[in-house]
Design a protein around this ligand. Structure first.
Ligand code: 13P
Length: 246
């Protein structure tokens, strides 16, 4: 059988609850489940109830884009793991470059979040990746080694194996200019070695769309895509899988 493809959509700060409902009304009409496909959708907190309803109906996984590591208390504006669990959330994107670079999340904070999510029996989708100037100055692997090692250094091998990893070069996010399949493969292969587990799931993210899906997803060490812009419409989202298959 062909490898399983993970097609995960990160909606970022898009999609109200009403728009989420509309998305799934449309999605349910066009989505054809397949044995080698796992679809996941990650919405803003306020749309999670609508997301849970739509995703369950369509049998796709769903999650949040962030969470705080403390259980409750004086943390104005934050959302806790028990709050997500109440809605049935099992997956949480952590360490996205927008959290790191716009909101100043440190490696240390991301590591605490990864640990808290795993402790709760949930699955982190851990994002990492270099900025353009870091790539151009030859520091791609130094930066990623720091990001990855800090997130997993206190975890057991079993915990490390549960994480879904997402390599997202910052310069490829929302720019329309994805990494080449060779660049993405090189990093994903290197990551698998660093993580020291040949079986972990590693996604590529950064301007993935129908037109570049086949070459990216055909690479040996790329297990799927974390999709931003193209995940906002059922047709452009699902086209990524069909383009890979055809
Ligand atoms: P784009 O697909 O819009 O480039 O976004 C990628 C991303 O950041 C997914 O997390």
């Amino acid at each position: 059988m062909s490898k399983k493809i993970y097609l995960y959509g990160n909606w970022k700060m898009n999609m109200t609850a009403a728009e989420t409902k509309k998305f799934f009304d449309e999605f349910s009409g066009v989505y054809k489940p397949a044995d080698d496909l796992e679809v996941g959708v990650f919405s803003p907190f306020t749309s999670l109830w609508a997301l849970a309803e739509g995703a369950k109906k369509c049998n796709v996984v769903f999650g949040a884009q962030n969470v705080y590591f403390e259980e409750k208390g004086a943390f104005t504006g934050e959302v806790s793991i028990p709050m997500l669990k109440e809605i049935g959330v099992k997956y949480v994107i952590l360490g996205h470059s927008e959290r790191r670079h716009i909101f100043g999340e440190s490696d240390e904070m991301i590591a605490k979040k990864v640990k808290a999510v795993l402790d709760a029996g949930m699955i982190p989708v851990l994002c990492y990746g270099e900025k353009l100037e870091e790539r151009e100055s030859g520091n791609t692997f130094t930066v990623m080694e720091r990001q990855l090692k800090s997130a997993i250094k206190d975890l057991t091998a079993d915990e490390i194996s549960k994480i879904i990893y997402a390599y997202e070069p910052v310069w490829a996010i929302g720019t329309g200019k994805s990494a080449t399949s060779e660049q993405a493969q090189e990093v994903c292969e290197w990551s698998r070695k660093l993580i020291a587990n040949p079986n972990v799931v590693i996604l590529y993210g950064g301007s993935v769309k129908g037109s570049n899906a086949k070459e990216l997803l055909s690479m040996k060490d790329i297990d799927g895509a974390l999709v931003g812009g193209a995940s906002l419409k059922p047709a452009s989202f699902l086209e990524i899988y069909t383009a890979y298959k055809n």
